[in-house]
Design a protein around this ligand. Sequence first.
Ligand SMILES: [Cu+2]
Length: 168
Amino acid sequence: MKVTRREGLALLGGTAAATVLGAPLFADDAAEGPVVHEVQMLNAHPDNKRERQVFVPDIVRAKPGDTIKFVAADRGHNSQVNEDMMPEGGTMWEGKINDEVEVTIDVEGAYGYYCKPHNSAGMVGLILVGDVSGNYEDLKSARQRGKAKKRYEDIFARADALLAEETS
Ligand SMILES: [Cu+2]
């Protein structure tokens, strides 16, 4: 049976409902089941054309079993996992140039990835799956090429804020 938030509240009554509001029954993600997150592979950022060769969004917050779909919106890009930036035994992928890739990630943790032709141009991204405490901090010390270093500084600053918000 699928219970909407309103029905659930009615079923549970006032006090009971208040205690379960934060529980998975009503958490959006848990209610939806596995989700497909789209990431566009682009020559330029839609909000800032000077930012060239980008994944949008460059941070995806997912849960185990979710799928990341890399959309070849522009030509000349691919997506592949950075083997130095993933949990042990984690999901690997290597898309072909111009190909749309769908990756279902079952293993929790943080994953870094890049576009092979544009790695040193800074075309990189981050996927956070479930509990990332096991390897998230380790990813920050992975060696980066060219502009990827600067991009990751920015990505990790935003990811830090995102994760801090979750635990507060
Ligand atoms: Cu690219």
